[in-house]
Design a protein around this ligand. Structure first.
Ligand SMILES: C[S@@+](CC[C@H](N)C(=O)[O-])C[C@H]1O[C@@H](n2cnc3c(N)ncnc32)[C@H](O)[C@@H]1O
Length: 262
């Protein structure tokens, strides 16, 4: 597996992204509550691609795995230090944890099936995957301004049935409503705050922007700024500024092992 200078093991370089990640990508408590529910009564939890620790439950015994040194260094002091490892080769014995989780990470893994099989192997109970459904990613209004970015997202996010097949057992796919004031600045989190897409650091905190060239960003800056100034964006989408929740592409996939499986 090729790793970037800071150890990043996915398709994005978190040595570059890590510096702004915490500022824009804080865990959203209402989404966190859904992850806590999905983890059930698990006492020991493995968090894979843990990053700076978003969505890591404070009331469980958590083991975190994170390949990027830059992200590991930015974990909150009250969280356990993360182990330098990758999803595809988890350094734990079979059935070590009650549950395993991963948020906003699977789309970056070089080998999705291997990573999810590893999570299934080391967890006795649920494997919880928060990700986006690639079939609906391009329905977001940002597609009118930067279609190349959402094409990158649609290409990177694995299909729901691919995740389900890799997890095996019983799989539930849960739609995650996005609140208007969502604290976690992924793309759709700004559905009612279009001005955020004009903030270069907010864009940098979403790895898809690192895969498009400068002309895409220049066009977005020019056209979205003009549409905001003229009122065109508000005429087409302005109701979103007052819509309390957005039903977008965000999903929580919960894999429960088949009964009787070792
Ligand atoms: C968008 S960040 C998400 C971090 C955190 N889970 C969150 O929700 O904020 C994606 C993380 O996945 C990690 N990652 C990428 N490829 C990985 C792999 N093969 N194994 C484990 N983690 C990986 C990256 O280093 C990065 O920290």
């Amino acid at each position: 597996m090729n790793r970037h200078d800071d150890g990043s093991a996915g398709d994005a370089d978190y040595g570059m992204i890590g510096a702004v990640y915490n500022r824009y990508r804080q865990p959203e408590p209402r989404i966190g509550a859904m992850i806590t529910t999905a983890l059930g009564d698990a006492r020991t939890v493995l968090n894979v691609g843990a990053g700076t620790g978003s969505y890591e439950p404070r009331d469980r015994v958590v083991t975190a795995v994170e390949p990027s040194a830059s992200m590991r260094a930015r974990r909150a002091p009250d969280l356990p230090p993360a182990i330098d490892a990758v999803a595809e080769a988890l350094p734990f014995a079979d059935r070590t944890f009650d549950a395993a989780m991963t948020t906003f990470s699977v789309h970056q893994w070089p080998d999705l099936e291997r990573g999810l099989t590893e999570m299934r192997r080391v967890a006795r109970g649920p494997v919880v995957v928060m990700t986006a459904d690639p079939l609906v990613v391009e329905a977001f209004w940002l597609n009118e301004y930067a279609p190349q970015v959402l094409a990158v997202e649609a290409r990177r996010y694995p299909a729901m049935d691919r995740i389900a097949a890799a997890l095996g057992g019983t799989v539930d796919v849960i739609d995650v409503p996005i609140p208007l004031d969502c604290r976690d600045g992924f793309q759709e989190a700004y559905y009612g705050r279009p001005e955020m897409f004009l903030d270069p650091a907010a864009r940098r905190a979403c790895s898809a922007w690192s895969f498009v060239d400068a002309t895409v960003v220049q066009r977005l800056d020019r056209v979205l700024s003009a549409d905001l100034a003229s009122g065109e964006w508000d005429r087409c989408h302005g109701w979103l500024r007052r819509q309390p929740e957005f039903a977008g592409s965000l999903r929580i996939v919960v894999g429960t092992p088949a009964p009787g499986k070792p």
